[in-house]
Structure formats: C-alpha cells, structure tokens
Design a protein around this ligand. Structure first.
Ligand SMILES: [Zn+2]
Length: 490
C-alpha cells in the first residue's frame, strides 16, 4: 500500500503520461516532494520559486482541500488518495427546506396556455415541479455566456425546460471545427453568426422562449449591464479572463453562476454563489500563467464531454430557479469520461478571498486580460522581421529548389492529420534534446499549427547559435489558407 497521487490530464505530459502515481510519505508535502523528484518537469507546474504550491493548483486528500487541513503538513496514510486539481480553462449544500433559490423567483400573474400545459406535462406531473414550478421557470431568465460546446447543450435544454427568457452572449461565427460539439449549430450554419443559429435552434425547440442576444465580447465595460437583468448566469466560456470576469460580476451583483469547464476527457462543474458559498476565486485565487494550461483549441476536447458538463450546468440552473434539491454550491464535481467516474470535492469559502472574503480588495471589475497576464511581454516570443517567413515566401523558396529544412513543432497526432512534405517532426518538448540532429548552418523554417510553439523553437535555436531560423507566420493553417487549400485545417 502507498499513497496514490492522481495526476490531472493537463499535467500528465510532465509525469510520463501517467494518471496515477503511487508514492510513500507521511505528509502531503513529503509525497509531493517525491513526486517532483521523480518528475522534475512537474515541479515548476506545481510549485513556485519559494517552494509553495502555486495558487492555481489545489490539492485534496481524499475529498478535502489541504488549505483547510494542515496544508503541506497534512498527514496521509496508506490508501489515501491525493488529487491535484489545477484550474482548467477551456466553470454548503442545503436540503430542500433551505434550498437556495434565485431572487425574485415567483409565478405571480404567470399563466400557462393549453399548448404549454401539454408541452410541459411531464414536468407538471412531478410534485416537486408541478404547475407552480413550471410557472417559476416561465417567469425566470438565464444568461448563457458563450454559445459553444457548453452553451449549446445548456441553451437547448433550458429552452426545452421552458425557461421564460434566455440571454446569449457571443460574437463568433460558426466554423466546421465547432460542429463536433456545438450541437446548437448545424452544418448549414457554417459561416453564420453563432447568435443567429443559436436563436433559431432555441425557437425551433420552444417558440415560447424569449431570446435576447448580445453580439459582443463580454468585457469589464459591459458585463454588469448584461448580467444584471438575469436570475442565473451560466459560464460557458473557454478562457480565463472571461471566467474571472463572469465570476467577479456575479459576486458583485449577487447572482448564482453555474460553472463548467472541460479539458480532453475531464470536466468540472460547480455553482458559485458568493452569498451562499464559495466563488471561483475561492477555488483559484489566481489564473495560471498564459500558455501553461492549453486551451481546447490547442489541447482538444471530447465533444460529448461538453454535453455532459453543459447538461449538469442546465440542471443546476433549473434547480436554483425551482428552489429544489441540493445545488452544487460548495461542491466541485469532477467527471472523467474515460473512466466514467464522478467525484465530488468539498469547496470552502475562503475568508481571504479578494472578492467575496471578509476584507475584499476587489470592489469593481478590473482589467482581466492584464490579470491573466495576457498581452504582456512574457507570453509572446518576440521575433525580429528576418526571423519570420510568410507561407507564400516559403512556397517560392521551395519551388526555387533552395535547400530548406522544415521542422514541424507539433505533436505526432497533429502531424498525422496533415503535414508539409519532408517536414521533420520535432514535438515542442523534444526541441532541446534533438538539437544535435539539425545542421547549424542550414536554412531552417519551423512551424506549428498557428505559430506560438514554433516561435519558441526559433528563439531557442537562434540562441543556440543556429544561423538562419525562421518561423512560418500563421503555421500550417496559414499554409492551407494561402498556399494549399487541400491541406486539412483542424
Ligand atoms: Zn470567493
């Protein structure tokens, strides 16, 4: 027997691709110390320079957060399970008598037509919903932020359930890569604004729903105004700045936030409602630095997983409106689609939370791009103009017969989807150790999917003394757009 440490998907690449590591130790600190000795690359992802756990990494022993036990000194015994729960990009329970309900929930003056009674009949015969509950749903409003992989199933089920008003925030256009999971949009919708196809999808299911659309990027300037009229907010975002923005606006407005997030095969869900329990910042006071946690566009996601988590969010919204059951307040649901396992971790309100704690330091919305370190110097590798090459220039060079070494700085499974002829595959984490395979005097062009990973490689090779290394601007996607439309895009 030993202590099992569960490694989340996002960090497995630094732990020999293992999902569980068995180690010995008497305290959490000892076990994690041994873990980072065994996997040195993992260390920088778990600990900061002072050796303390990073703020966007939470550690649980069995179901309890070690911040509320004895932190690193928390004792562990044979058979205990230590779970590492990092923030994922890509969102105190009570019984029925004290169930959390949204403010202003009522059914005064609301009537159901004969058609509506028939439509909702399977709700009406559940005693916990009944006519009273259905009228509450009709009199309620839910704001869905993002009509992507989470927002799609959420909106469809909320529409079917008879929510009176659904607000949708998005500014994107449907593309082919969306269709694997964003089920409110169809093949015929490719190229259309997502808000148009989402509105139609909702109204085809239920014409009694009022749909309000906001074709905008949610920002600190508009968030309070957009969220204010709604009873429940659904966080269907896929990036950290918007996630913190939604959290903070909900805390400041006193709104419940049905949160969900996903990565590859793992999902998280909770209800953050600062008046009744913890908020997202209580769970993760700070976002991870840019680039540390891959987005779904970079890391991929199982489409169906979005549905699983989105349906949990929709279910929580309906419970909050009806005031029934035990909402996911103070609980973090972890779902693993490969094992088909659900786990639940306890969440506590952090008295030191900067926005919902006892002495909050955040009393208005801030600059979330800056808070998440996006747009600052360190997240983008700066390359000089002579270190960049456009797809058409590369094509001309190749056609001229000049010798060029192309290195493909992506993962093997991406190479399998599409690659340039004669490109040498060198995944990002192998660039350093395979540097000896390359000729320092050769003209090298590096590329990845859209550019950032190969930019790192270009910088590294230049610093290692290579004479002429260039980054393909826009990566293989630009090659497909500008040179060879037969190259598949993903
Ligand atoms: Zn908080």
């Amino acid at each position: 027997m030993a202590i099992s440490v569960q490694i989340p998907t996002a960090l497995r690449q630094y732990a020999g691709n293992r999902d569980t590591v068995e180690l010995d130790g008497n305290t959490v600190g000892e076990v994690l110390g041994r873990l980072s000795e065994t996997y040195p690359e993992l260390k920088t992802h778990l600990f900061n320079d002072n050796g303390s756990l990073r703020n966007f990494v939470n550690v649980y022993v069995n179901d309890d957060d070690i911040r509320y036990l004895r932190k690193n000194e928390t004792e562990v015994r044979d058979g205990d399970v230590i779970t590492i729960v990092p923030a994922v990009a890509g969102g105190g329970a009570s019984g029925e008598n004290t169930a959390a309900r949204v403010k202003g929930e009522s059914q005064d003056g609301v009537t159901l037509s004969k058609e509506e009674i028939e439509r909702y009949s399977r709700h009406l015969i559940i005693p916990e919903v009944a006519v009273t509950g259905q009228k509450k749903l009709k009199n309620s409003s839910v704001l869905v932020i993002g009509t992507g992989g989470l927002g799609s199933p959420v909106s469809l089920y909320l529409a079917a359930a008879g929510i009176g008003k659904i607000g949708l925030v998005d500014f994107d256009v449907v593309d082919y890569t969306n269709l694997q999971r964003q089920i409110i949009h169809t093949t015929a919708d490719v190229g259309r604004p997502k808000l148009d196809s989402a509105r139609e999808g909702i109204q085809e299911i239920n014409p009694y729903v009022e749909v309000e659309t906001y074709e905008t990027y949610l920002s600190s300037d508009n968030a309070m105004g957009i969220l204010e009229p709604y009873d429940v907010v659904i966080d269907g975002t896929d990036n950290f700045p918007t996630r913190y923005l939604v959290n903070d606006a909900c805390v400041l407005l006193g709104k419940p936030n049905a949160y969900g997030s996903i990565f590859r095969f793992e999902g998280q869900a909770s209800v953050f409602w600062a008046e009744k329990g913890p908020c997202y910042r209580c769970l993760y006071p700070e976002p991870p630095p840019p680039g540390l946690v891959p987005s779904c566009a970079e890391g991929g996601v199982l489409g169906i997983l979005r549905g699983m988590i989105g349906v949990v969010q929709a279910n929580e919204a309906v419970k909050l409106i009806l005031g029934i059951g035990e909402p996911l307040i103070g609980r973090l649901l972890l779902y693993n689609a490969l094992n088909m396992s659900f786990r639940e971790l306890k969440l506590q309100k952090d008295p030191e939370c900067p926005i919902c704690g006892q002495n909050p330091t955040v009393d208005k919305l801030i600059d979330y791009q800056q808070f998440c370190g996006i747009g600052t110097e360190e997240d983008t590798v700066h390359l000089e103009p002579d270190e960049l090459i456009r797809a058409e220039e590369l094509k001309a060079l190749l056609e001229s017969g000049k010798p060029i070494t192309i290195i493909d700085v992506r993962e093997p499974h991406e190479y399998e989807i599409c690659h340039l002829p004669d490109a040498i595959l060198i995944p990002p984490n192998e660039v350093e150790k395979r540097v000896g395979e390359l000729d320092r005097d050769a003209h090298i062009v590096a590329h990845c999917r859209v550019g950032p990973r190969s930019a790192q490689a270009v910088k590294f090779l230049r610093e290692a003394g290579f004479k002429k290394v260039q980054n393909l601007v826009g990566g293989i996607i630009a090659w497909s757009d500008e040179v060879d439309p037969s190259m598949p895009k993903y």
